[in-house]
Design a binder for this molecule. Structure first.
Ligand code: 45D
Length: 321
């Protein structure tokens, strides 16, 4: 029987617990634009976890510098207007430029803007702003999340901002080369996963921890797919490699335990849980993650889904009870 991505997406789905992250973002999406900006300011400044600026690097800041310099020269009212354009995904020059940024450049841009707000160079909240009750609802929902979930909400709201450039022809965008993320902590080298010996999986984790994406890609079938949290599968070596260069640099991946089911045709389904750290927050925030692998009879990765766990208890619950 040929493997299909549709069927692979459903492996181990009998035990998946819905993540509270999309529900929190849905609440955020219902807020007005000024409330969204205020929410992000409170959520970011009161989260108690700070970004590791060393992770950014000068090369990445350079990509956002043009926009940041324009904003610095504006009046407070104009600055507020730009932020409203970004949050409402308006079609304006700055919102378009932002829309072409990679995920990490978007985060670097907001990190810098946040620093300028703390210095008083940029207005954090529009003058005369009155908070609506909805902001409190979203903040309270956010406080109930664990830290890894909180930074994922922040990340996803920032990624969704700006004009949606996905339908614009790639030739109109000058996709800048993705700068390297400096690792703030040494990468995890010896990988041991309780219950798992599958070479493709061990090799995948080791390669990802070394930012060796070529080695990771070579473990996939040519039609293989990787499904990031809350996203559609990314199919084929080239697309997966591009995604990894943009979004998987500098991760510390620490799988803990897993299960492996061997099917009649020799293919294998594995579920592994563990903790991942992003270079943005270093060792201070651990995200609880599951990987669901489908390995073909030849030992190649046909599919891997990366899921955010709903709770730390899920790290242990590998089988239905
Ligand atoms: O609007 O095996 C202000 C894959 C106010 C690859 C602000 C993976 C105004 C394969 C505060 C200034 C990658 C899928 C805004 C594994 C305002 C694989 C600023 C998983 C917006 C394991 C806000 C990786 C700011 C994972 C500065 C799960 C917000 C990685 C900054 C997850 C937020 C990484 C930041 C995450 C969030 C990173 C920096 C969740 C970073 C989050």
């Amino acid at each position: 029987m040929a493997l299909t991505i549709e069927s692979a997406q459903n492996i181990f789905s009998n035990i998946q617990v819905p993540s509270p992250i999309p529900a929190t973002i849905a609440l955020f999406d219902q807020l007005g634009v000024d409330d969204q900006l205020a929410y992000l300011w409170y959520a970011y400044t009161e989260m108690g976890r700070t970004i590791t600026p060393a992770a950014l690097g000068a090369a990445r800041l350079q990509l956002a510098e043009g926009l940041l310099n324009q904003i610095k020269q504006m009046s407070k009212e104009e600055q507020t207007q730009v932020m409203r354009e970004l949050a409402s995904r308006a079609d304006s020059p700055i919102s378009r430029s932002y829309g072409f940024f990679s995920v990490n450049t978007k985060l670097a841009f907001w990190y810098e803007l946040g620093e300028l707000m703390k210095q008083g160079v940029v207005a954090p909240i529009p003058s005369g702003y009155q908070m609506s009750p909805g902001v409190k609802v979203v903040l309270e929902a956010t406080q109930k999340l664990d830290e890894g979930q909180q930074i994922t909400v922040l990340r996803n709201t920032v990624v969704d901002m700006g004009f949606d450039t996905s339908a614009l022809s790639p030739s109109s965008s000058k996709a800048a080369a993705e700068p390297a993320f400096k690792r703030s902590t040494p990468s995890v080298t010896s990988v041991k996963i309780e219950g798992i010996t599958e070479p493709a999986v061990i090799g995948y984790i080791e390669a990802m921890n070394a930012d060796n994406f070529d080695a990771a890609i070579n473990l996939f079938t040519t039609d293989g797919a990787l499904q990031p949290p809350f996203q559609k599968p990314i199919v084929g070596h080239e697309a997966i490699a591009k995604y990894m260069r943009e979004e998987a640099q500098g991760l510390n991946i620490m799988p803990q335990q897993g299960i492996c089911d061997v099917l009649a045709d020799g293919s294998k389904q594995l579920k592994i849980t563990g903790v991942v750290q992003t270079p943005w927050f270093g060792v201070t925030v651990g995200m609880n993650i599951a990987w669901r692998f489908l390995i073909n009879p030849q030992g190649k990765i046909f599919f891997v889904a990366i899921d955010m766990l709903a709770s730390p208890q899920e790290l242990m619950n590998l089988r239905p009870v």
